[in-house]
Write a protein that binds this ligand. Structure first.
Ligand code: FAD
Length: 499
């Protein structure tokens, strides 16, 4: 084969495939041709409706207009995830996006808060989270800073309808020079010596040739696994949930600007409020709960009338051993799966795509480039995996064997070290460009009941009165700024949506 990479073929038209086509068209559209093949008969997985803040940058890179995006996808604003029954049955806390309190040069704000707790200065950690205070009032505003201060403002993401999202991306791509081919791929042709994929063949007999193949074919991993046999690293001993049941329901009153994650006896349920409906799903472990019981539990806990029968989606948590193998790069479900507890899958697609653009092999595929791409992807995936495992490990529930077993399970050494460090010192450090910031780890750990026994000595550098004053001032600034935001629905109306 010639070295130059001029023809990119994307297999799959779900969220991953259309994201790939959109970013390639935007960045490399003048130097490569982009063809996307999808099968209407197979369709898309059709879930994946909650996101995290980096999606704002991705949308901006594509030049999307936010109001149009929210209108087209029946979207809403997401300020964080409320975790209910996780640390213990009846508990609730939010992993809110954005900052909490105030930044200090050498230690986090939570050290000051921890001291204040020990000294009997009463407050809740989330009194200092602008995102949380705004979310619980069902409000939202685009704020870079708390007015009149240097304190950071509101950080947000979106909820949206997965089908409409894929459609929106498709419209964008078809206006950006991407060729869409509808049809079922029945086989791939490989170079006899290198094993590189040369073309895919549709049932109609049509051959689609390419230099680089992007596998976005969903769980089946049509090219990366079925053709190239790249292998899968199974993580189900750490993340034992293996099924989801998804059901949309009618909207029920206020459109909350946050996702809810409600732990049940063998897993958890999501609640994602959109304009026209609510997305619900129950992620559970089939070794501890039957499908019938999982469906009953799900339907008992939805708020509006179901709009369809619950749909079952089996999965195995883990990751493809190489995301890039030969001339094939996998994204989305074809590259691996982490349950949607922290809404990270679409982000992994988008950050992986950005990485591929950065490493784009325009002049031939070089092993060092492939290795570096795979190394970075692996680190990113594993850090997120650890963050998700933490939610299961740090629990005090005694009401079900599932939670007891999760608490007692062995965890990766990297996570064990983090938990130990936090427990004894209150310290947690983000490594490299890891996705979840210290503030995210602190919220989940404190929210699930792991309150450190010590705090940083810098928190002792002010008097008790100064500390009480600092806490009172910050709390009042956050409360005032959140009071002044508009209602979430008013914001959506200002984008031209029809409620
Ligand atoms: P799919 O949507 O399955 O698309 C596969 C595509 O490949 C389809 O177009 C299909 O037609 C095509 N295809 C397959 N085989 C062939 C063939 N032989 N010939 C032609 N075409 C073919 N992510 C989040 O970020 N937030 C969430 O809240 C979230 N929730 C989730 C909940 C669940 C239960 C699950 C399972 C996933 C969730 N995700 C979430 C992940 C998210 O849904 C996926 O990352 C995202 O939808 C990407 O899917 P995909 O495009 O990889 O696959």
């Amino acid at each position: 084969m010639t070295d130059a990479i001029k023809r990119v073929v994307i297999v799959g038209g779900g969220t991953a495939g259309w994201n790939a086509a959109a970013l390639f068209a935007r960045t490399l559209g003048k130097v490569i041709s982009i063809t996307l093949v999808e099968s209407d008969e197979i369709g898309i997985v059709g879930v994946g409706e909650a996101t995290i803040p980096p999606i704002i940058n991705f949308n901006n890179a594509l030049g999307f207009d936010e109001a149009e995006f929210l209108r087209a996808t029946q979207g809403s604003i997401k300020l964080g995830i409320q975790f209910e029954n996780w640390g213990n049955a009846g508990d609730s806390y939010m992993h809110a996006f954005g900052n909490i309190g105030k930044d200090f040069a050498f230690c986090g704000f939570h050290h000051f808060w921890l001291r204040s707790q020990q000294e009997g200065i009463e407050s809740d950690y989330w009194d200092f989270s602008l995102n949380y205070q705004t979310a619980r009032k069902n409000k939202f505003a685009k704020l870079n800073h708390i007015p009149g201060t240097q304190l950071p403002g509101i950080s947000y993401a979106y909820h949206f309808d997965a089908g409409l999202y894929a459609q929106y991306l498709r419209n964008y791509c078809e206006h950006s020079g991407v060729t869409r081919v509808e049809g079922m791929i029945k086989r791939a042709h490989q170079h006899s010596e290198t094993g590189f994929i040369e073309s895919v063949e549709l049932e109609s007999g049509q051959l689609i040739e390419g230099d680089l193949f992007i596998d976005c074919s969903g769980f089946r991993g049509l090219l990366i696994e079925q053709v190239l046999e790249t292998g899968y690293e199974d993580w189900s001993h750490w993340l034992p949930c293996d099924r989801a049941l998804a059901v949309p329901t009618e909207s029920n009153g206020t459109i909350k600007p946050y996702t809810r994650s409600i732990a049940h006896t063998a897993g958890w349920q999501w609640n994602i409020p959109l304009q026209h409906r609510t997305g619900n799903g129950h992620v559970y472990c089939s070794a501890y709960m039957s499908d019938d019981e999982a469906a009953r539990t799900l339907l008992q806990h939805v708020e509006g009338a179901p709009l369809a029968e619950p749909r079952s989606i089996p999965f195995k948590t883990g990751r493809r051993r190489k995301q890039w193998h030969k001339n094939c790069v996998a994204f989305g479900l074809a590259s691996g799966f982490l349950e949607p507890l922290e809404s990270t899958s679409i982000h992994l697609v988008q950050s992986g795509l950005r990485r591929l653009v950065q490493h784009f092999p325009h002049n031939g595929i070089k092993p060092a480039e492939v290795d570096e791409f795979n190394r970075q992807s692996q680190v990113e995936f594993e850090k997120i995996r650890d963050f998700i495992i933490m939610h299961y490990k740090v629990n005090a529930r005694t009401d079900s064997q599932f939670w007891i077993d999760c608490r007692n399970m062995d965890i990766p050494d990297s996570l064990q070290h983090r938990l130990e460090l936090f427990k004894t010192s209150g310290k947690v450090f983000k490594e490299g460009d890891e996705l979840f910031q210290e503030i995210a780890w602190q919220q989940v750990l404190i929210g699930q009941g792991l309150v450190p026994s010590d705090y940083h000595p810098l928190a002792d550098s002010i008097s008790r009165e100064q500390l009480a004053g600092l806490m009172a001032d910050l709390k009042s600034l956050v409360a005032g700024a959140s009071d002044n935001c508009a209602r979430h629905e008013e914001f959506l109306l200002s984008c031209g949506v029809q409620l």
